[in-house]
Design a protein around this ligand. Structure first.
Ligand code: SF4
Length: 237
């Protein structure tokens, strides 16, 4: 089986535990207004056979001590769930595990469930806490996301939530209360991290001739982000 891969990032320390090797797939159904990687939305990379990718990933095995491993990211990696399952099977005997960095905006097919079940950890983007904002700022279906998160909770998956904080959209304690209220229907996450909206990907919209819905939005202030993270941590303590 083949998949179109956008890029790789070796020794990425942020996308899961330990030292990671991140694989970025192309294709994403969500079209977030805040996306800083619109160049991943369509196939644009290079196709890899699953065996070829597994061979490449095996080379990084010495770095995966202390809980490290592969992180499948994107784009939306779970659009390629069957492919991930194939690669994971090829790497299983080598003891190489993987994390999924996903928006959860995918239906729960058998292949998606298998990919989730096989993951050591799921990094889940909690985009917006209600159907209205989800529709205003993405092209996804809030119910699809909720069913995905329900499944993670039912299967007691290890989950780290992440939310991008955007000035004027969700940069307030009241907004965080909305996220916390949604979160209360699921198991407590191991971690919930707020990420700053930034403008470093703006040039990609221009280069691709795409409209950037948040072109007039400034980057998120780092100090304010810390305050919001502290508020969230207090509420989750
Ligand atoms: S889920 Fe990620 S890649 Fe897809 S549009 Fe949103 S931010 Fe971009």
């Amino acid at each position: 089986m083949k998949a179109d891969l956008h890029s790789f990032e070796s020794l990425a320390a942020l996308d899961g535990e330990g030292v990671r090797y991140a694989v970025f797939f192309t294709g994403c159904p969500l079209r977030c207004a805040c996306c800083h990687n619109p160049d991943t939305w369509h196939p644009s990379g290079r196709e890899y056979e699953s065996e070829e990718l597994a061979r490449k990933l095996r080379r990084y095995r010495p770095y995966f001590r202390n809980g490290g491993g592969i992180t499948f990211s994107g784009g939306e990696p779970l659009l390629h769930a069957a492919y991930i399952n194939e690669v994971a099977a090829l790497l299983r005997d080598d003891g190489i595990g993987y994390a999924l960095d996903t928006s959860g905006a995918v239906p729960l097919t058998d292949a998606v469930r298998q990919a989730v079940d096989g993951a050591d950890l799921v990094l889940l983007d909690l985009k917006y806490p209600n159907a209205k904002q989800y529709a205003d700022y993405t092209k996804g279906d809030f119910d699809v996301f909720c069913r995905f998160a329900d499944y993670l909770s039912e299967t007691r998956k290890r989950v780290w939530y992440r939310t991008v904080i955007i000035p004027g959209v969700n940069d307030s304690e009241e907004a965080l209360d909305g996220y916390l209220s949604l979160l209360s229907r699921w198991n407590r996450p191991e971690k919930y991290e707020l990420l700053a909206f930034h403008t470093m990907g703006f040039y990609k919209y221009e280069k691709l001739g795409m409209e950037n819905p948040l072109r007039d939005t400034p980057p998120m202030d780092a100090v304010r982000l810390q305050e919001l993270q502290a508020y969230l941590d207090r509420r989750l303590a």
